[in-house]
Design a protein around this ligand. Structure first.
Ligand code: ATP
Ligand code: MG
Ligand code: FE
Length: 340
């Protein structure tokens, strides 16, 4: 079965073709980052309009790369939510239009399920059950994953997501948008002893997180400098990254202990972070558990994870394929409500 995936929940247009027999055939991505950069964040209306422009050329690209014909597609999976309503509607309309034109069924996919299952696209994938840390721009959650659609929420952030904390702190340091990768690179040159930032909820005895205080702590440090130089920025970046990574790792260890599981899966954009990966790899070696990551290019939004999640669902439940071509999007949609 060949599934076309369409991702458009935020500022990336992603299309991909996944074959349940041969694996990922092709994927193509267009990031709107350059367009939104001047506004310091994503402008929803501009995002929607750009998805319209990009989707069909990207479709042509994945068809050409994979060498398959449009009619070889068996089903179309699109991101139904959560995300920006207008952006989601564009992807859903495109999936619906293609479904009607090609006479193929469609299926709405949960964006976070896409992120969560993306490590299964890697060459040495984890088996169920596992603990998953979902660390993206809009979410920070620990889940127990027993299979596709079997997600139990163990804990989540009470305020900012980890990616949001990265982006907001980077903005305070004047590092542009989205600032996650930039603040991470800068931290490499920072002195780890220069500043100590709080580790929010490190000892909270539950699996919840809170990152908004960390951003405020960064703001205070920035304000304390009248003439901030690059080395000051690097030191602050280092203090921020160290604090955030320490909390994420500690909560992962607590989640593994609570569930008794030995496999940890990291998903979402912050999963690309090298400091987080090193700290988790060191902990895994010491505590004898295994940690799995998506390929770097599939940490942030992409069409491959949507095609893959759609294919997994259709294999388990073929009747989920929808042929009435009525669609609705769900801008807010808790993952643990999903089921199969
Ligand atoms: P959600 O999936 O919750 O709706 P999203 O789709 O915007 O949110 P992702 O695409 O998974 O989130 O990830 C984007 C986030 O990842 C941004 O906040 C970005 O700064 C962060 N990010 C990407 N690469 C890195 C990195 N190397 N280090 C730290 N953060 C990173
Ligand atoms: Mg993005
Ligand atoms: Fe995402």
């Amino acid at each position: 079965m060949i599934v076309l995936g369409v991702e458009s929940s935020c500022d990336e247009t992603g299309l991909a073709l996944y074959d349940t027999q041969r694996g990922l055939l092709a994927h193509a991505l267009y990031s709107q980052v350059a367009m939104h950069e001047q506004y310091g964040g994503v402008v929803p209306e501009l995002a929607s309009r750009d998805h319209i422009r990009r989707a069909i050329p990207l479709l042509q690209q994945v068809l050409a790369e994979s060498g398959i014909a449009r009619n070889d597609i068996d089903a179309i999976a699109y991101t139904q939510g959560p995300g920006l309503a207008g952006a989601l509607l564009v992807g859903a309309s495109i999936a619906c239009g293609l479904g009607l034109a090609l006479d193929k069924p469609m299926l709405g996919v949960h964006h976070l399920e896409g992120h969560l299952l993306s490590p299964l696209l890697a060459s040495d994938p984890p088996t169920f059950p596992f603990v998953a840390l979902l660390v993206s721009g809009g979410h920070t959650q620990l889940m127990r994953v027993d299979g596709v659609g079997q997600y139990a929420l163990l804990g989540e952030t009470l305020d900012d997501a980890a990616g949001e904390a990265f982006d907001k702190s980077a903005k305070l340091l004047g590092l542009g948008y989205p600032g996650g990768p930039a603040i991470s690179r800068m931290a490499e040159f920072g002195d780890p002893t220069a500043y100590q930032l709080p580790r929010p909820m490190l000892h909270s005895k539950n699996l919840d997180f809170s990152f908004s205080g960390l951003k405020t702590a960064v703001l205070t440090l920035v304000k304390n400098h009248t003439n901030i130089c690059d080395q000051d920025k690097a030191n602050i970046a280092r203090a921020f990254v160290d604090a955030l990574v320490e909390v994420l790792v500690a909560k992962c260890l607590a989640a593994l202990k609570q569930t008794g599981l030995k496999r940890l899966v990291i998903a979402g954009g912050v999963g690309a972070n090298q400091q987080l990966r090193s700290a988790l790899n060191a902990a895994a070696e010491k505590r004898r558990f295994r940690v799995y990551y998506p390929e770097l290019e599939f940490c942030t939004d992409n069409g491959a994870m949507i095609a893959f999640a759609g294919a997994m669902r259709l294999q388990i439940k073929p009747e989920a394929a929808q042929r009435d071509y009525a669609f609705n999007v769900r801008p807010r949609w808790p993952l643990d409500e999903l089921g199969i």
